[in-house]
Design a binder for this molecule. Sequence first.
Ligand code: IPM
Ligand code: MG
Length: 369
Amino acid sequence: MKHYKIAVLAGDGIGPEITREALKVLKLIEERNDVSFELMPAAFGACAYFATGDAFPQATIDICDQADAILKGPIGLSHEESKKIPIDKQPERGALLPMRRRYNTYANFRPVSLPKALAHFSPLKAEIIGEGIDLVIVRELVGGLYFGQKESGINEQGLRYVKETLEYDELQIRRIMHQAFKLASKRRKLLHNIHKSNVLKSSVLWNEVMEEVAVEYPDVTVYNMLVDSAATALCLNPTQFDVMVMENMFGDILSDQGGGILGSLGLMPSACIGDDKAYYEPSHGSAPDIAGKNIANPYSMIGSVAMMLENSFDMADEAKNVWAAMQAVFSDGYSTADLSKAGSGVTMISTEQFGDKVVEKLKAMPKVS
Ligand code: IPM
Ligand code: MG
């Protein structure tokens, strides 16, 4: 029997309630496969800061170091609450970015998937959605403006100033390109390379390295698209895309737009992969306004479990079943109050009921081996 250790970081806001549902799914996966999961819960985010003075405390680091994979819930506080924590200790700067840096999780995969069963959530017209949207944003996650040198102070004119650096070396670009091309090879063999080379020198190097890597993947067709134009294209013609690759900041922004065209960031799970360690997390924040109300949809967290099964535990078939189980719950006409308005024709269920229904659907699916 295979045995895996999973660090479980439930996070802040809606994190604990959606994580609870994701763990129900994991438990069932364990029951129906020759696999066991050792869950190692640990504090991470604002909750950890208030308990220990550190958003990514040493005890949590130790647990994550030992884990085969990390399942992480959303973190953070409202804008006002955040101000109660010193800037560098806030959950984003004090926990999330250090985690990405520590495990060098340079490849962030963010599927933007809108099968027919979910189409009613989207603000896009039916003719734009067509047969459904199914693309993956591959975002470089440990370089660029996020991790470049920062400086601030008073300049020669006596004005407050700030400077942040966008830096990439060719190795950082090459490794994310390989990830994107490999994924494209397994899918529709289409890669949209998103850049801003009409202005940024960083994009000129980005594109140069992309062309060098492309030679190794002759069956993948590459389209180059400026990032601003990609933002429009995502709204007007999203089905043209299959795999999109981009640097860190562009990926942060366009992946939220991906959530927008789906109708909610709550439909956006993600995988953050490094050479030695991977962690899985929803792409959204902790939604403090609806925390504890049992109305947040756990899709992004359960989807993150599916991505973990596929990428960290070599269980691609069970991952597919998990996706299908969630879609089946939506197809049956159920939804949660964060995704749907009362009177929109769906039967409203709670976070917990959604998780239970996914488990029921998954139970009914044939076991894989
Ligand atoms: C994301 C989030 C993070 C980011 C924040 C929470 C630091 O927006 O994962 O997209 O900007 O990368
Ligand atoms: Mg973001």
